[in-house]
Write a protein of this length. Sequence first.
Length: 201
Amino acid sequence: MLKDKIGIVFRSEEVDEFDFVVMEEVIGKVFNNCYVVLKHPTNENWLILARINKLIETRPVEIGAISSLLNINLTPFKSIFLAKCNILGCYDVEARPVPLLKPVKLGQEVCLPDPSTLQNFFIESQPAIPLGSISGFSDVILYLSQKSLLRAPILITGMTGSGKTTTASSIVHNLIETNNRTTSVSYTHLRAHETSLHLVC
């Protein structure tokens, strides 16, 4: 379900991206990399999942142009934020992927997803490895498909302390539990030792 309305689409020229005006009262709830949902343009029962890439504070002259475009009154706002988004995927009511063949509609409502809706986008019906929760949604678990993991190499990157070793250890541990062979490669003995400690503990 769509949880809280946080804005309105004002620019949508490409199928895989759109921009929306962020409502003033929800500024504190919206941030970079925040997930948002909106209805699919061809079927209102389907949902689009997107992620905010960038928040931009606008100038008064831009507010007037957006007001005219959307036919809504933004004049009380001294400044508003615009959010630039990338579309991550589209799903039907049974959490099956569906295509998006045209851009989202101008004036369309953008909402925050509730945890159960967000979980539907990340659920994995095939054997899968739980990697952890999604930022801002501690009860929504992100899964990695075991089938896709065994088919090709993966790369785990991140800042120091962001959880690379823990993630690698979790993947290896789950693969071993399901009787899959694994090979650990490390550029230092220290990293290999750290990963081994995670597996033992």
